[in-house]
Design a protein around this ligand. Structure first.
Ligand code: AMP
Length: 355
């Protein structure tokens, strides 16, 4: 168990790091963040913050020297950056990053453990794309294999006609068949150093423009019927990776069962409701797990929960939400610029307390 006063290093400077840091401070730890130049809103909640490029060897050495344990809040931290740190500092396995950073690798990995992704094909040339359109057909989605998030680096291909005018974008991609689903849901788990796994309830997730807009509980009968199978898979993924901390798998609930979409080796936007809605939040349990502390109970505390993202300029008038009836719990991330499509905060509304 990492004693109070120890220092947790967080790679990445976004809102996930900010909320993680708040939990770490609450448990008596110091936090040092590390990220390249940018709107690093995690810095507000960190005892110290190093702004440097991912390949700055001197800055990484300074960061490592200050940390007792290191985690990340962003799955696209370059593998080489993590490899530059002394491996005993790493709380979560590097392999989790390697798998999650490449959509092809990720789908292959999860399929081998018994998961079902949408039909998919690797696309590394114009010819691969033409072949993928034949074997998988349309509609489908062409996605960059790496560096995509919140619907970025994705092109929908609705018809054969559209396929005819879609070209290989010049970077490795995956083409996948469009899944007809009733709803999307996520499985969020925490795995401790001793291999114990706890799951939070699965929310139904609504995306707008490829980005999460809303997570709700209860998630509905179809999701509830599929959660067990999805959890089995997520548990296998975590065990196979020897994972420590919070891990998220996203699924489509289809008539034929859960279809795996993607995984994130980190806390997740669809788990923000756990701050007020669960006995222990995803952020706190992630910190507990990486520090070797006992994991907290993940039980849901309310009969209904809704977490809504606050995007772009909506954040400028978000304080008005506090005057609404019920118990709106507002979180703003302190981002300087309320750009269109940018996650600026979220609000969680809860229903009756569960006995
Ligand atoms: P991703 O970045 O892969 O999570 O994609 C973002 C969102 O786009 C997903 O949450 C879905 O709403 C939608 N989406 C992605 N892939 C598919 C697919 N194969 N079929 C249907 N919808 C998809």
């Amino acid at each position: 168990m990492l004693p109070p006063g120890s220092t947790i290093g967080i790679l990445g400077g976004g809102q996930l790091g900010r909320m993680m840091a708040v939990s770490a401070l609450q448990l008596g730890y110091r936090v040092i963040g590390y990220a390249p130049e940018g709107d690093n809103v995690a810095a507000d909640a960190c005892s110290d913050f190093i702004t440097a490029d991912w390949d700055d060897a001197a800055a990484l050495a300074q960061f490592a020297a200050a940390c007792d344990v290191v985690t990340w809040e962003f799955e696209n931290v370059p593998v080489a950056t993590v490899q530059a740190l002394p491996s005993p500092l790493l709380a979560c396995p590097l392999r989790a990053l390697e798998v999650a950073q490449d959509r092809f690798h990720e789908k292959h990995f999860v399929s081998q453990l018994g998961g079902t992704p949408a039909p998919y094909a690797k696309v590394e040339s114009e010819q691969d794309l033409a072949d993928a359109f034949i074997t998988i057909g349309t509609p489908g989605i062409l996605k960059t294999a790496r560096d995509g998030y919140d619907g970025k680096g994705q092109w929908r291909v609705r018809t054969v006609l559209e396929a005819g005018s879609t070209h290989f974008p010049g970077v490795p991609c995956v083409y996948e068949g469009f899944v007809t689903y009733e709803t999307e849901f996520s499985v969020i788990l925490v795995r401790g150093k001793d291999g114990t796994i706890k799951f939070w309830d699965s929310t139904a997730n609504l995306h707008e423009g490829g980005m999460l807009a809303l997570s709700v509980l209860p998630a509905g009968a179809l999701v509830e019927a599929q959660v067990r199978e999805a959890r089995d898979l997520a548990g296998k993924v975590a065990d196979e990776l020897g994972y420590v901390g919070v891990l998220t798998l996203e699924f489509f609930a289809t008539r034929d069962g859960p279809v795996f979409n993607e995984m994130a080796p980190r806390v997740h936007n669809s788990g923000h409701w756990t701050i007020e809605g669960a006995a222990t939040s995803q952020f706190e349990n992630h910190i507990r797990a990486i520090c070797g502390l006992p994991l907290g109970v993940t039980k849901t505390r309310f009969a209904s929960i809704e977490m809504r993202n606050i995007v772009g300029e909506d954040a400028l008038k978000a304080h008005a939400i506090l005057a609404e009836p019920g118990e709106p719990h507002l979180h703003l991330y302190g981002k300087a610029e309320a750009r269109e499509g940018r996650k600026m905060g979220h609000v969680t509304r809860v229903g009756h307390v569960l006995k």
